[in-house]
Design a protein around this ligand. Structure first.
Ligand SMILES: [Mn+2]
Length: 236
């Protein structure tokens, strides 16, 4: 945890410097714990403009465990808890004492793999959750309309933290914790395309690509495509 916190602290400083230059930083990972640094940087940057930050967390998992609630102890299952609250303490205070984001400005998209305890944590946190079931029933475009509205309302923009494990393992096999029943190739792009059209993204993480588990670099290349989509490069 100490080493991870050190990396996050560095990433926090680098992201903040980049935002202050007027750029839109992208963090490519690697372990999703890095979001504790990048989101905190976006929060500080937007707060200086007198506004709170919105957050769109695109993921198969909730990433809201604490060291006490986590069965696995995996730190990549904890960054959102640190951003919304105070645990794990090592990752929670890059943006200062107040949480980096508020639940009312936070949306999770693509969730499908919560255990009972995590379900309780996510419900108690009062963030907005769009599960894969919601995406199946409403369609990805409607879900993203709603997600963008929540992350934009009353905020100075939003950070996007995109875990490649949100995608179906058939299109993104090279992730640490694959879960069946994820976003299709096109749905994964639509998320990014609609984010690009909104013009409100402050910064982006693309994470959990694991080259050792990847199949002929498929997932890494997919991540590159998604980054281009997030900047509107694939829109006709
Ligand atoms: Mn994640």
């Amino acid at each position: 945890m100490k080493d991870i916190a050190k990396v996050c602290q560095r990433l926090f400083q680098m992201s903040l410097a980049s935002l202050d230059e007027g750029a839109t930083p992208i963090a490519l990972g690697g372990d999703h714990s890095l979001g504790a640094g990048t989101v905190a940087a976006a929060s500080v940057h937007i707060r200086r403009q007198g506004k709170p930050l919105g957050l769109i967390w695109v993921d198969a998992h909730g990433d809201m465990n604490s060291p006490a609630s986590s069965g696995s102890g995996n730190v990549h299952g904890m960054p959102l808890a640190a951003l919304l609250g105070s645990e794990p303490a090592e990752l929670a205070h890059f943006a200062g004492d107040a949480p980096a984001v508020q639940a009312k400005h936070t949306v999770l998209v693509g969730i499908r793999n919560l255990d009972e305890r995590e379900k309780e944590i996510v419900r108690a946190a009062k963030v907005t959750v769009f599960t894969m079931k919601d995406i199946d029933r409403l369609g990805i475009a409607e879900v993203m309309e709603r997600a963008l509205a929540i992350a934009s309302k009353g905020t100075g923009g939003f950070h996007v933290s995109y875990d490649l494990d949100v995608c179906d393992p058939t299109v993104a096999p090279g992730v640490g914790t694959p879960v069946k029943g994820g976003l299709s190739y096109r749905e994964a792009h639509v998320v990014m395309e609609m984010i690009a059209e909104s013009g409100k993204m402050t910064s982006l993480d693309l994470v959990e690509v694991n080259p050792a588990l990847d199949v002929r670099n498929t997932t890494a290349e997919f991540g590159t495509e998604l980054a281009l989509s997030a900047f509107g490069k694939n829109i006709l």
